[in-house]
Design a protein around this ligand. Structure first.
Ligand code: SAM
Length: 219
């Protein structure tokens, strides 16, 4: 058994994924033409407005990606994890469960929507994992610019896609050789992909399960 497959976490995740699968129409977002939505996703300024409109949606990683996150954090024996984009805390629960099963550690996650921070805190408490997690409320460009651990074993990028290069730059000096960076929906961040796929930048990188980009920091 692992923390992920035992109570209280397993039934909590079943419920959260079920709720996340429920279809939802968001006025001003779902009715946008696909091209316009893609442009918005890539905007470095429109993200506050976009995510404010999406504040009642979990926008969670897929169940498969979530399980991959747990496994990757176990495989690299992560003790320090940074996450950009908490939302309702579904990915956070997986990463914190891996920390628990690795023997403990620290997960710093960032979210600017106060109602989402409250929900994520409730879920982490219900899952018995809140003691491992520090939720930083506010724009990650500010909250992740200070007081990071000396070394980071795993970084998850899952906030505003246009900010992936900036958030990577904030954490990069802390990434130890062999650490992992996982970027969800990375096809919306071409600048980010160009960076981690360029051999000169110090990463080995490959797409995984559609638009998840998995990168390893080289020594
Ligand atoms: C795709 S969702 C994250 C889903 C979450 N990782 C999961 O799988 O459960 C992206 C979240 O990032 C938040 N966000 C986007 N840009 C942000 C920023 N610059 N700073 C903090 N939070 C941000 C949004 O409010 C949204 O809740």
């Amino acid at each position: 058994m692992s923390t992920l497959t035992a109570a209280p976490l397993a039934p909590l995740l079943d419920r959260l994924f079920e709720e996340a699968a429920a279809p939802a129409a968001i006025p001003g977002v779902s009715d946008l033409p696909a091209e316009e939505r893609a442009r918005w996703m890539r905007s470095k300024t429109g993200y506050l407005d976009l995510y404010r409109r999406l504040k009642d949606l979990p926008l969670a990683v897929s169940r498969e990606t979530a399980r991959l996150l747990y496994m990757l954090a176990r495989i690299c024996r992560a003790r320090t994890i940074v996450e950009f984009g908490t939302s309702f805390g579904i990915s956070t629960l997986h990463l914190a469960a891996a920390l628990r099963d690795n023997g403990g550690g620290r997960l710093i996650t960032s979210e600017f929507e106060p109602s989402k921070v409250a929900r994520a805190r409730d879920h982490l408490t219900a899952g018995g994992l809140i003691d491992l997690v520090e939720i930083r409320e506010g724009d990650a460009l500010r909250t992740l610019s200070v007081d990071l651990p000396e070394t980071v074993d795993l970084l998850l990028l899952d906030g505003a896609k246009a900010l992936y290069p900036e958030v990577l730059a904030l954490v990069e000096s802390r990434l130890r050789p062999g650490s992992l960076v996982v970027a969800d929906d990375s096809d919306h961040s071409p600048d980010y992909l160009a960076r981690v796929r360029s051999p000169a930048q110090g990463y080995l990188s490959a797409p995984f399960m559609g638009s998840v980009e998995l990168s390893m920091r080289l020594g």
